[in-house]
Write a protein that binds this ligand. Structure first.
Ligand code: AHM
Ligand code: MG
Length: 335
């Protein structure tokens, strides 16, 4: 059943954002303009993803991105779509993409171009060609008031606690968007018949516990000893019967964890001693959502949202999910 407002009307994402903003008398409406650019971009990306096999846009472009990973054709299309859909919104000053070496300075700083949008245009690229869920992740910051406007990196490299919004879209069996502006997590499902995201789960709370762990266990021998000990414990009867689920698309693994509870881990490995996932485009937005839903996110040493980023494409270990499950992993990790 569709959630309807008191007046019986359906609640589209657009309506939800505007109504949320009305609760804050100082809100200017500028922010809803940013989010509407993101929803437009993700609708275009989803239509490309749905028809990828027909349009000849599966496979790689033959190039390698700044992360040293093969660029998929759809990665490139998603990146360009977001840059185009947000580029002309006058209140966005800077855009930063996981796919690009340098930030895109869209406008010289002025009071109208205050927002910074950071994004992973198509997360889970390795799953594109095999029809498994993939997604788009975004994080929104505002320019700092305490540093010079031309000091671009200081505006971008802010800790996750400074995010004004974050969210993701998962292109799965249906297309779902979840977002937060720091007032809970709200989930919308794209209704393809009307082309609008419609509220499907308001104010989601992540279960406090969940008997699922999600990790690429094939790397077990490369994980820190504490993580290996946790996995050994999770296999015991005493642990109460854990199950393993790992899709290999962070968006999809996180989406399940948000709804069902449990824990997702990407620990340091010998190959990636600093972790694989990106702090600015993946860990920070997901950590903001997790905490807003009552969950937790850590890098094994500290809260993800308090990490001071030092570089644009910085990577981090990530433990994220139900509070009790994250604490359980940490109790082994930090021993
Ligand atoms: P991507 O942004 O290039 O797709 O890489 C990130 C992805 C995550 O979605 C996923 O959690 C992880 O890489 C899977 O890595 P692995 O194949 O090492 O398990
Ligand atoms: Mg990614």
């Amino acid at each position: 059943m569709i959630n309807t407002a008191g007046d019986g009307g359906i609640i589209t994402l657009q309506r939800h954002i505007i109504e949320e903003q009305r609760k804050y008398p100082t809100a200017t409406g500028e922010f809803s303009w940013v989010l509407s650019g993101i929803t437009l971009a993700t609708k275009i990306i989803e239509s490309q993803v749905r028809c990828a096999g027909l349009l000849g846009i599966l496979g790689t472009t033959g190039t390698v991105n700044v992360q040293g990973e093969k660029v998929q054709k759809l990665d490139q299309i998603a990146n360009e779509t977001i840059l185009q859909c947000l580029g002309y919104r006058r209140n966005i000053g800077i855009m930063v993409s996981e796919e690009d070496d340098e930030p895109h300075i869209i406008k010289e700083p002025d009071e109208l171009a205050n927002y910074i949008v950071l994004f992973d245009p198509l997360d889970g690229s390795s799953n594109i060609d095999v029809n498994v869920s993939i997604g788009t992740i975004f994080s929104i910051l505002q320019r700092r008031e305490d540093v010079a406007a031309k000091d671009v990196m200081s505006h971008i490299l802010q800790p996750g606690v400074k995010q004004v919004a974050a969210g993701y879209v998962v292109y799965g069996s249906s297309t779902v968007m979840a977002y937060t502006t720091g007032h809970g997590v709200h989930m919308f499902t794209l209704d393809p018949t009307i082309g609008a995201f419609v509220l499907s789960r308001p104010d989601i709370k992540m279960p406090e516990k969940g008997q699922t762990y999600s990790v690429n266990e094939a790397y077990k021998a490369q994980f820190p000893k504490g993580v290996q000990d946790y996995l050994r414990w999770a296999h015991t009867e005493e642990a109460g019967g854990y199950t393993l689920r790992y899709i290999g698309s962070l968006v999809a693994d996180f989406h399940r964890t948000l709804l069902r509870g449990g824990v997702f881990l990407y620990p340091p490995t010998r190959k990636a001693p600093g972790g694989k996932l990106r702090l600015l485009y993946e860990a920070n937005p997901m950590a903001f959502l997790a905490e807003q839903a009552g969950g937790a996110a850590s890098d094994g040493k500290q809260r993800i949202l308090e990490k001071e980023p030092k570089a644009l494409h910085e990577r981090t270990p990530l433990i994220i999910g139900s509070k009790a499950e994250v604490d359980k992993v940490l109790s082994f990790w930090t021993k």
